[in-house]
Design a protein around this ligand. Structure first.
Ligand code: SAM
Ligand code: SF4
Length: 365
């Protein structure tokens, strides 16, 4: 990334109604930010080009993973606050026209939103190079084939333990066997190579690193070890619960040597490694110990219609009013403003770091 002088931009936060304090695209009240390009790719003030849109279709979930949601008392959006599929598709279409090439559907648990197959078909019709989905796997056995037929290309299935009892304890509800069967169903439907997301929490499941590495070697699935981030809804995250990616890699490397894969400049969050004996690959997502903000190419659409430029920043712009007015140009300007205002990094290592007010499932992981 070149040394580009940052231009500070204050983004409006959505109010209770979901309306943005500033609505982009409605000059003279809200003119484009100084220096912000009005043509070309979606770029931020540090020169990062944004090509990946994460779409949250719901903040609800049928599980309550310990690192994500409390067991009881989680408040969810009323259904009438969710963006409809037509609205989501419009945002996606405008994002595509600005150079976004890939989308990932997430949540909450995206497969609890009724009609998600229809959304995939709509997105496929827009012409993205890649349409992916992240799921806890509980509904995937039933939906893998229809999703693949609708145009889904890839799927990440979250699974934090290969031991039934522990799996149930971490995810609080849910059943390991069902999730393993859903991985088979996804592969049979052509959703391969399958990625398996493992959030490691020290003292909870970090003794399974080698089991998961062995699982990757035996199944050809790409296991991605994710560092626990301060995005849990009950704010109980502690730094000493993070299992550093370097520790994971050294443990695996002692048993089965690995080497970094040439990612050809791919800004994906996971750093990929191949087993030197040719038996597959693993990845690490080191958001805490080795932040990859410098190459971040992602923006997010939350379930109620806010554009968010970083998991860790509460700055959001709501697309609702712009959608109601039906102006794609104004929507494009809003996406540009949201991206332009992105900070250099999440700042987790800086003294003034404050956790974002919304947790992972409310934003869309
Ligand atoms: N419900 C789906 C699932 O679990 O895969 C999709 C949404 S979930 C928020 C997306 C990913 O974020 C999952 O892989 C989940 O394990 C991960 N995740 C949730 N809370 C996290 C946290 N505090 N730190 C790191 N990863 C987290
Ligand atoms: Fe649900 Fe996914 Fe959060 Fe677990 S990580 S509680 S499955 S949204």
């Amino acid at each position: 990334m070149g040394a580009v002088t940052p231009v500070p931009v204050r983004l409006g936060r959505p109010g209770r109604s979901g309306a943005a304090a500033h609505v982009a695209g409605s000059p003279p009240g809200n003119p484009p930010a100084p220096g912000m390009p009005l043509r070309g790719p979606l770029v931020d003030s540090f020169g990062r080009v944004h090509t990946d849109l994460r779409i949250s279709v719901t903040d609800r979930c049928n599980l309550r993973c310990v690192y994500c949601m409390p067991e009881d008392g989680m408040k969810f959006l009323p259904p009438d606050r969710l963006l409809g599929f037509e609205e989501i598709a419009r945002v996606a279409r405008v994002a595509r026209s600005l150079g976004v090439t890939s989308v990932r559907i997430t949540g909450g648990e995206p497969l609890v939103r009724r009609g998600v197959v229809d959304l995939v078909a709509r997105l496929a019709g827009i012409g993205f190079e890649d349409i992916a989905l992240t799921t806890n796997g509980t509904g995937l056995g039933r939906l893998a084939a229809p999703l693949a037929r609708a145009g889904l290309r890839r799927v990440n299935v979250s699974c934090d333990s290969l031991r039934e009892e522990r799996f149930a304890r971490i995810r609080r509800r849910g059943d390991l066997r069902q999730v393993l069967e859903s991985m088979d169903a996804a592969e049979e439907s052509g959703l391969a190579p399958l990625k398996v997301n493992v959030v490691l929490v020290a003292g909870v499941n970090d003794d399974e690193v080698l089991d998961f590495a062995g699982f990757a070697r035996n199944t050809g699935r790409i296991v991605r070890f994710i560092e626990y981030m301060p995005l849990d809804a009950d704010a109980s995250w502690r730094r000493d619960q993070v299992v550093p990616a370097d520790l994971v890699l050294s443990r695996i490397g002692e048993r089965w040597p690995v080497a970094p894969l040439d990612q050809g400049g791919d800004p994906a969050p996971a750093t990929r490694y191949r087993f030197l004996d040719g038996s597959g690959e693993i990845g690490v997502v080191a958001s805490v110990t080795r932040p990859f903000c410098g190459s971040c190419n992602r923006l997010r659409l939350t379930a109620e219609g806010s554009i968010r430029n970083c998991l860790f920043s509460d700055d959001e712009l709501s697309v609702r009013q712009v959608l109601e007015r039906g102006e794609d140009e104004a929507l494009a300007l809003l996406l540009r403003r949201a991206v332009w205002g992105k900070r250099a990094g999440h700042g987790m290592d800086q003294p003034g770091f404050v956790r974002p007010s919304r947790s992972m499932s409310m934003i869309g992981g």
